[in-house]
Design a protein around this ligand. Structure first.
Ligand code: NI
Length: 173
């Protein structure tokens, strides 16, 4: 296993809709495993394949917050929201591709998601709380959408300018 480099916004690969996964290859397994390691290392609660430069529809997440509780590393392949609550929830979201920037985003409070696992088995689960927010945020990544796309153009530009500067500063090191 190894840590993968996380793409930082703005990057054209973060704006592209991803292709469905049609085959569980060894490369996909290795990438998913590396993505979990990269996510825990960051640390973060979710990471989508395009964030490591692979334009395929899958993501990893683990929203267990209690440090005493066992971790729940999940790999969701070809995920779909099949039901969303009318009730909305506002969370202060962040993104590993937009480091140190946070903003409130309103989304359905609960969602039912269907996906395939690494063995091809189909799962469905009802998510609420942080899990629901995270799943929707990650599925957005697979559609080339970032949480800053929900903000006003002015806020989005402000954050994007900071990221351009951050990338420039990092490139100089
Ligand atoms: Ni993100």
């Amino acid at each position: 296993m190894s840590l993968r480099q996380i793409l930082i916004h703005p990057d054209p690969r973060l704006k592209k809709p991803c292709d469905p996964v049609t085959e569980i290859t060894e490369e996909l397994r290795a990438t998913a495993s590396d993505m979990l390691e990269t996510m825990y290392d960051a640390p973060g609660v979710g990471l989508a394949a395009p964030q490591v430069g692979l334009l395929k529809r899958f993501f990893v997440m683990d929203c267990v917050k209690d440090p005493e509780a066992p971790p729940r590393p999940m790999v969701l392949i070809n995920p779909e929201v099949i039901w969303a609550s009318e009730a909305q929830n506002t969370y202060e979201e962040g993104c590993l591709s937009i480091p140190d920037q946070y903003a409130e985003v309103t989304r359905p409070a609960e969602v039912r998601v269907r996906w395939s696992d690494l063995d091809g088995a189909v799962h469905e689960e009802h998510f609420s709380g942080l899990w629901a927010t995270c799943a929707q945020h990650e599925i957005d990544h697979l559609d080339g959408r970032l949480f800053i796309d929900y903000l006003t153009p002015l806020k989005r530009q402000l954050i994007t300018r900071k990221m351009v500067k951050l990338k420039r500063d990092r490139a100089r090191l």
